[in-house]
Design a protein around this ligand. Structure first.
Ligand code: G1P
Length: 278
């Protein structure tokens, strides 16, 4: 079954400057946990315990976060403060972490291709940690997608309906409905203007990809913004085989934007932290 999950974490996070000048955007805390840890916890919950980080310059704090902080742990050992390390210790005991570096930012497709050496020839998950997904009354979004993969054995993208004025920010799909909330993808466009979008079903940063995607990406020319787009590669895969789009159960916060980040913070604070669940 699927064991590996890639986290492309090389992006600059310009929308959060100056906070992200010398700190990775993935380390911004939503209440008391860095964004990337939420994504890793979601992957672990789905059984994806081999975590691959596609990092870049200035991102060492992410690798350090998932490693022992010897001095700190020694200092607080046996004190009441030790409990604050519980969640990260649990993550570290359940998952392994490997890194590779993306030297130039050439788009999400290129980042995934860089992760190839960490994945090999097997299906894998992808989490864009900017998208914080919370599925309180259900399994996590990746776990929902892994269950679907077991049934269909093809690439899957998570989708949600978005208002028209938001469409241009996303990859957008068109598809034939197979079941409630499950579509077979027939078209896919990266960040189209709303009036040219094939639907209002937007791709959210959770994917299951079959390994033939690597070769497809290699043959995918740069697209939107001159970058190699995963969306374009997935469309090629959909045309030659099958790609599913899955309307997940849960709420997604766009933590790549200040508004979404503040919303996520309020949500986590009220629904988890204040209830002693964070
Ligand atoms: C990426 C993808 C896009 C997807 C989005 C989800 O874009 O290229 O298709 O809809 O993530 O967050 P980004 O937001 O990284 O520019």
């Amino acid at each position: 079954m699927i064991k590996k999950c890639l986290f492309p974490v090389a992006g600059y996070g310009t929308r959060f400057l100056p906070a992200t000048k010398s700190m990775p955007k993935e380390m911004l805390p939503v209440v008391n946990k860095p964004l990337v840890q939420y994504g890793v916890e979601e992957a672990i919950e789905a059984g994806l315990t081999e975590i691959g980080l596609v990092t870049g310059r200035g991102k060492r704090a992410i690798a350090d976060h998932f490693d022992v902080s010897y001095e700190l742990e020694h200092q607080i050992a046996g004190t009441s403060k030790e409990q604050f390390l519980d969640s990260i210790r649990q993550v570290m005991s359940q998952a392994t972490f490997s890194m590779t570096r993306q030297q130039e930012m050439r788009g999400l497709g290129d980042a995934i291709l860089n992760g190839r050496r960490l994945i090999g020839d097997e299906a894998f998950g992808v989490v864009l940690s900017d998208d914080l997904c919370i599925a309180e009354d259900h399994d996590g979004v990746l776990a929902q997608m892994v269950a679907l993969y077991k049934q269909f054995r093809c690439s899957i993208v998570a989708i949600q309906e978005v208002p028209e004025d938001q469409i241009h920010k996303f990859g957008v799909i068109a598809g034939e409905k197979l079941k409630d909330g499950i579509f077979q993808v027939t078209d896919m466009v990266e960040k189209p203007p709303a009036d040219q979008a094939p639907s209002n079903l937007a791709i959210i940063g959770r994917y299951i990809l079959t390994p033939d995607i690597f070769e497809i990406i290699e043959n995918t020319p740069p697209g939107k913004n001159g970058e190699v787009q995963l969306t374009d590669a997935l469309l090629a895969q959909a045309k030659s085989g099958c790609v599913l789009a899955y309307k997940f159960k849960g709420t997604r916060f766009d933590c790549g934007s200040v508004d979404g980040f503040v919303e996520a913070t309020n949500y986590v604070y009220n629904n988890f932290y204040l209830k002693g669940k964070a």
